[in-house]
Design a protein around this ligand. Structure first.
Ligand code: HEC
Length: 263
């Protein structure tokens, strides 16, 4: 056979040489890749290396700071940081005096509220100076009260006629024009539960919240206005009268049974 290009044996040999070269090239590439891998090349890789180093340092520092406790005789375990915080939190909650400076900060039903209730029950009854029901009403107080009434109006309506399902009327209400302590205490403590106003029974879904943020003067002016508007006629309310009931602020909402019978 002619050992030329056309000889199939020669061509077969060439094929194997090519195959061997190709394999060699592959191995060389693999070796290069392996060597290359040791040095992080991209910025991301370099940053990752630093991150891993830092993490290892942080973990080492954390485990060095872990405290130990003996869970049973001779058996000591490491306390996890979160356990330390939980323990610290409990300690703080138990030792820190509760800062209850304002009566409205007292949580109903709490120990402080109960202590206040007991103190209030033993306290001397509030004595107020009655206002002459025939004395003329100061127009400036009426104006101030009218402005302040915007707050009550949201529930009791612009003409004090009440809003169905929301609040009973203030017009022709025995609770408004009756003993002055009733409306004062209602504003300072709020009111809940069934109530009858001018012969109509109300059992509203929402109670009246206390509006104790109003000053004595504001409550006095608002109630003077309400007691002398919408067809109502009653004595003016003074700031001193309101002040006399301030001590009740923060106690639970009143019920009709807590009020003085109007008639
Ligand atoms: C968020 C709504 C709301 C606001 C604001 C509000 N009240 Fe009331 N008020 C009520 C509800 C509700 C009742 C009835 C409570 C119950 O169900 O026992 C009520 C009852 C009363 C009563 C006794 C019942 C009656 O109709 O006479 C008086 C007095 C009263 N409010 C005065 C006031 C005054 C004064 C203001 C403004 C300083 C005021 N309220 C603001 C909702 C409100």
């Amino acid at each position: 056979m002619d050992p030329s290009q056309d000889n199939p044996i020669v061509r077969f040999k060439a094929f194997f040489w090519a195959l061997a070269l190709f394999a060699l090239f592959g191995i060389a590439l693999g070796v290069i890749a392996l060597l290359e891998k040791k040095e992080p090349k991209t910025l991301e890789d370099q940053a990752a290396v630093i991150r891993y180093e830092n993490r290892a340092k942080v973990e080492a520092a954390q485990s060095a700071n872990l405290t130990y406790k003996e869970i049973e005789a001779g058996k000591t375990v490491q306390v996890k940081p979160q356990d330390v915080f939980a323990h610290l939190g409990k300690e703080l909650a138990a030792t820190k005096p509760t800062a209850v400076e304002k009566p409205e900060q007292v949580i109903p039903g709490s120990a402080t509220a109960k202590a206040n209730e007991a103190a209030a029950a033993n306290a001397a009854p509030v004595v107020i100076v009655e206002t002459d029901p025939n004395a003329p009403i100061d127009p400036a107080v009426m104006d101030a009260g009218k402005a302040q009434y915007a707050l009550c109006m949201a529930c009791h309506g612009p003409e004090g006629a009440g809003v169905p399902g929301l609040a009973p009327p203030l017009a022709n209400s025995e609770w408004v024009v009756g003993p002055v302590e009733n409306p004062i205490r209602i504003v300072l403590r709020g009111l809940e539960g069934p109530i009858s106003v001018n012969g109509v029974d109300y059992n509203l879904p929402l109670a009246m919240a206390p509006l104790a943020h109003l000053t004595d003067d504001q409550v006095a002016a608002t109630l003077t206005y309400v007691r002398n508007s919408f067809g109502n006629k009653a004595s003016a309310v003074t700031a001193d009268q309101v002040k006399a009931y301030r001590g009740e602020v923060g106690r639970p909402a009143l019920k009709v049974s807590d009020l003085k019978a109007p008639k």
